[in-house]
Design a protein around this ligand. Structure first.
Ligand SMILES: NC(=O)c1ccc[n+]([C@@H]2O[C@H](COP(=O)([O-])OP(=O)(O)OC[C@H]3O[C@@H](n4cnc5c(N)ncnc54)[C@H](O)[C@@H]3O)[C@@H](O)[C@H]2O)c1
Length: 442
């Protein structure tokens, strides 16, 4: 049956075994496609199609649009321009971010989440940064040794497959496949960084601890960035300006730091970390970003860590006198944590190496700050004066012109708006009626 079907007709078409050259096609066969199009108004359909395509491509903005959309925010064109402020990145960016940085993600294509390491991600700033990255759809690995950080700061992400937490000290090397590294691991408060200054300078602790974390920790993370081709962001500090002789502080100011004082494990540790970062950039082609962070406050700060805002708030809540060191006329600027996180993300996604000052230029004396804490918590709160600590800077105020111009960033939350959010988090943690994870947004 099958053979009949395949062979039917072979008798009626005898096969000739003499070769006959193929006849050339008649000239009119060339015109066949044209005649086909003219038949049954097919030409009209072709013309209508061309017209629709022209309209669509004219109305939809091209990828050379003057704004770059990324995550929640839009970075103005200024971020892709180099100006007199900027350290031009020396090497082409090699991470997955590049796919999204030059224009809109094409219609129908979903933005691919990045793999991001946040060292110190269980700490105050780090945990808020992790919240934003998770919200954006990225996969986040937190690396923390819990020296000052707490699991409670990130435990609301446990169970999310995009989140991982690794207990690890950055003083030891680590290998992870990632696109970006936010390097925050370092005790940031004097109480903690003076606790083990050698470890600070090597990794990020105040006296010992802070230098070790700063230098060896940063070295390890830069090594990781180099090996896997990740972009690296260093959270440096306004402490690199020391007790500044220039006010407000601009990024081009080299600072006035005591290299042998009790704070130098932190100050010099961060300065060395900046040097290492730039050397890896220049020498090894690592994509780097440097943020110089000014005093930041908000929910999840360590209680009793010796930083002035957390000190005043905890003391006023406990009905203890607020400790003012010296005459209280030294000034600081206070930035709410959500503003800082926004600045860090813009810096990481932008095209500029920095360093960038990230801080709120609103300047307060310690006594003025104590006044705002009184207004917010207890009008009867008392002040207790104590001798000033060694090498305490007299003035601190960021000049943020560069961040405004190149990152399109400036802080939005005033002290009187941000402080109540921190106070309610501290109240819950101090008096025990606490639900973990303070609010970030003001
Ligand atoms: N908060 C501020 O006002 C401020 C100001 C300037 C700079 N900074 C910088 O921002 C970063 C974060 O500061 P923060 O206020 O969130 O401090 P934080 O102390 O709350 O957080 C630091 C985190 O790093 C972790 N850590 C410390 N040493 C580590 C190590 N060797 N290995 C692994 N993890 C380690 C801690 O456990 C903690 O979770 C720090 O690098 C700090 O120097 C902060």
């Amino acid at each position: 049956m099958g053979s009949e079907l395949t062979f039917r007709g072979h008798e009626s078409q005898p096969v000739s075994d003499t070769y006959t050259p193929k006849q050339p096609k008649p000239w009119f066969s060339v015109t066949q496609p044209i005649r086909y199009m003219l038949r049954e108004q097919r030409l009209v359909f072709v013309l209508v199609g061309i017209a629709i395509a022209t309209i669509v491509f004219t109305l939809v903005p091209s990828s050379s649009t003057s704004r770059v959309e990324y995550g929640h925010f839009t970075i103005p064109e200024t971020t892709t321009r180099l100006s007199q402020y900027d350290q031009k990145p020396m090497y082409e960016h090699r991470s997955a971010f590049h796919m999204y940085s030059s224009g809109k993600v094409p219609l129908g294509l979903k933005r691919k989440g990045l793999r991001i390491v946040v060292t110190g991600g269980a700490g105050f700033v780090g945990s808020h940064l992790v919240d934003r990255l998770m919200e954006r759809g990225d996969s986040v690995i937190v690396v923390d040794n819990f020296f000052t950080g707490r699991k409670e700061n990130v435990m609301h992400h446990f169970g999310n497959p995009r989140f991982e937490l690794i207990r690890h000290d950055v003083v030891e090397p680590l290998l992870l496949e990632v696109d970006q590294i936010y390097h925050l691991a370092c005790p940031a408060s004097p109480v903690h960084y003076k606790f083990n200054p050698v470890k600070t300078i090597i990794s990020f602790f105040y006296k010992y601890y802070k230098y070790k974390t700063n230098v060896v920790g940063t070295l390890n993370m830069l090594g990781l960035a180099k090996r896997v081709g990740a972009r690296f962001l260093l959270t440096s500090t306004s402490e690199v300006y020391g007790d500044p002789l220039q006010h407000p502080q601009v990024e081009t100011y080299w600072g006035n730091v005591n290299p042998i004082g009790v704070r130098s494990c932190y100050d010099e540790g961060k300065r060395t970390a900046e040097t290492l970062t730039m050397d890896y950039h220049r020498g090894a082609g690592v994509e780097v970003r440097i943020a110089r962070i000014f005093n930041t406050y908000g929910p999840r700060m360590c209680i009793d860590d010796g930083r002035v805002v957390s000190n005043f708030v905890a003391q006023a809540l406990r009905k203890e006198p607020m400790t003012v060191y010296g005459d209280g006329k030294q000034t600081r600027s206070f930035q709410y944590v959500s503003d800082l996180v926004e600045g860090l993300m813009r810096l990481m996604e932008g095209e500029h190496v920095g360093p960038f000052n990230l801080g709120n230029p609103g300047e307060f004396t310690m006594l003025e700050l104590a006044g705002v804490v009184r207004e917010t918590i207890d009008p009867d709160a008392k002040i207790e004066y104590k001798p000033n600590t060694e090498d305490d800077p007299h003035k601190r105020k960021p000049d943020i012109t560069k961040a405004k111009e190149l990152l399109g960033w400036q802080p939005k939350v005033e002290l009187r708006k941000g402080l109540p959010l921190m106070v309610s988090d501290f109240r819950k943690r101090i008096f025990g009626d606490h639900k973990e994870g303070g609010a970030t947004t003001a």
